[in-house]
Structure formats: structure tokens, C-alpha cells
Design a protein around this ligand. Sequence first.
Ligand code: BGC
Length: 391
Amino acid sequence: MMSTFLYGAATSAHKVEGYNIHNDWWAWEKAGLSVVESGAAADHYNRFAEDFALAKGLGHNAHRLSLEWSRLELAPGKWNQAAFDHYREVLQELKRQELVSFVTLHHFTNPVWLAKRGGWQDKKTPALFARYAKKVAQELGELVDFWVTINEPMVYATQSYWRAKWPPQQRSVVALNKVVRNLALGHRQAYAAIHDTIPEAQVGLAKHLIAYVPEHRNQFGDRLVTSVQDWWFNHRFLALTRGAHDFIGVNFYFTVQKRVRLIPWQISDVPWTGPTSDLGWPLRAEGLTQVLLHLKRYGLPIYITENGLADAKDTRRADFIRDHLRAVETAQKQGVNIRGYFHWSLLDNFEWADGFDPRFGLIEVDYETQQRTPRPSAYVYKAIIEQAQTL
Ligand code: BGC
């Protein structure tokens, strides 16, 4: 039987809920280290029902969100029943709206108590994460359709332990390597813990994939550096977690061209001269086809768990969605099993270290009034979905 292709949008707890006061990002913001504080964010914690109704009205049949670990586990082993009740309502609302749920367990934020004991550098963290995953499976499992254990492990690890941009702002190869290994272990153990509770669960992770291309295909150096980078950033984590995926989630944003110069020796990224988003990120849909074709080797179903752009004026989003869905189709025609697409994001939100300026939402949020207004591109997406469903 052909399953229905899923179309939806994604969010993540700290970026939209507001007042996630028990996590390391909140602490970091309060210490004055971020450009702006997340505060009430998009107040999604209180407005989730309105937001899901909007998504439904925009033609979506699925939705991706994340649970906030720091709300659910206030101290090691100290579970917060009120938070479980809240997320039960959230997931029941998705069912009422007939939106298939993709539930992420870790999207960049950590409970402060976990961060204090070393976060993902601590070798006990994978087991603590798996215990949290198991608890969620026991409490809410019957309401979850798809599980995403960890969002973008390599982005989290590099931003926090190599580029020093996100808490805890470290720059150490040793820490980076430890964190990557612990995230992989955390995923494997959470995968097992969820399956222990719900044997038929669909569990994966959201992998940020970059389309690396050599500046000159006929230059060995460019090609070599491109494949090493591709292996290290795109495929190593999937190798470390091999056997623990029921599907692969793909977050796609970037194409990066690699260049090698011999004299003087230099490896660099070629400056992008094509169209960009408000954040200066390259807009190149062919990159999505490339990364999808590279995933064929794993033989697993694929969901695009994120793909989007900052575009406050909404002048590029409609074309962006069209182009990227075409890129998905091109990969499908070449035999890649892709079953869903989630645009990033449903709502404007707190864009981590970049604050509230970048506007990623299909729906505009006025942060003064919390008024929601779907952007014109949201209706273009709706028309595309409706058309696809009549085929
Ligand atoms: C992250 C999101 C983020 C988006 C846009 C992804 O890497 O998962 O949290 O908002 O990129 O920056």
C-alpha cells in the first residue's frame, strides 16, 4: 500500500514556547551572553491549539515539534507530572487536528542540572537521555507517530564545542569528539529504550546535511577535501549510529563549495555569489537532491525534517518551497524513498544566537501582540499540497 506523503512544518520547544527557564540556553541568555533573551518567544506553550488549527487550515497533514527535557525532568529522576500533562494535551490536539506527529526529544537545549554535570561531555549523559526517552515513551508513547531522538547532533556539537557560538561556548577538539561520541551513544540507547517500550515505534534522528561540492571537479585536491568533509560532517554520525534508525530525518539548508590551494597551502570555502536568504545563506535546491541521492546507500525511508529560509519580506519563500519540492521529486525519480517534507518553520521564532530578527515562519508572528498572520507563501505551499493530493 502506498502511504500518504506527509507535508507539514516544524518547530522546536525553546524557540517558540516561551519561558523555558530550566535549560542551559535560558541561563546563558540571563547571563547576558546572547544578543537577546527568548522570553515569551512565540507563546506557543499557551497557543499551541491555535497554531495547530492554523497548520491544518494551511493544508498540512503532519507536524514536527520538540519536547523540552528541562520541563519534564526537573532534577535527575524528578519527573514533572504537570509538564507531561501539558504535552499530553499538545499531542492530543495534534490527533484531533489529524496531524501526524514527529516528536523530537532533544533540540539543542539541556536541563541546567545536566549542563552542570558536564552536559554531553559527561559519559553518564547518554544513559540519562535514554532514561528520559523511556519515560516519555511510557507516558506519551501512544500519542507519538514518529520519534526524532536528537536534532542535528553535528551542528549542536560544532556550534557548542568547536565554534564556541552556543553554550557552553567551548573550542576544543577533545571536547568536540567526546560530545559527538556521547550523542551517538545517546541516540543508540534512546532508540533501544523507545523500542523496549513500543516495539513497533518509528525512531530516527534529524541529520543536518550539507551539499559539499568541489570548486573544480577536475582538481584532485578539491575533490578529496570535499569527500573528507562530506564524510566527517554528513556521514560519520550515521555510521556511528548504524542499525539504530527506522528512517532518516534530513535537515537541509546549505551548499558549500570547497577549494584547495597548494601554494600557499589553504583549504577554504568558495564565497557564494548566487541568491541568498536574509541570513546570507545560499539558496540552491539542487543541493537537496544531492544529499538525498547520497542517502540511498542506507536503504531507509527518508523524511525531510527541516528545510527553510529567513525571508522577512516573503519574496523568496514560495519559489524556495517549489524548487525544493521539485528537488525532492528528482531524487524520488532516481529511486530515493522520501516520504515527507517539513518546512522550517511553522512560526517565526527565536533563532538561537541570532535572536528574533531572522523570520523563518510560514506564519508571521507579531511579538508585541502575539498575533499570527500566515504569509502569502503559506498559501502557495497549501496549493502545492492540495494539488499533490489530487494526483
Ligand atoms: C535548526 C533550527 C534552526 C534552523 C535555522 C536548524 O539548523 O535545527 O533550530 O532554527 O536550522 O537556523
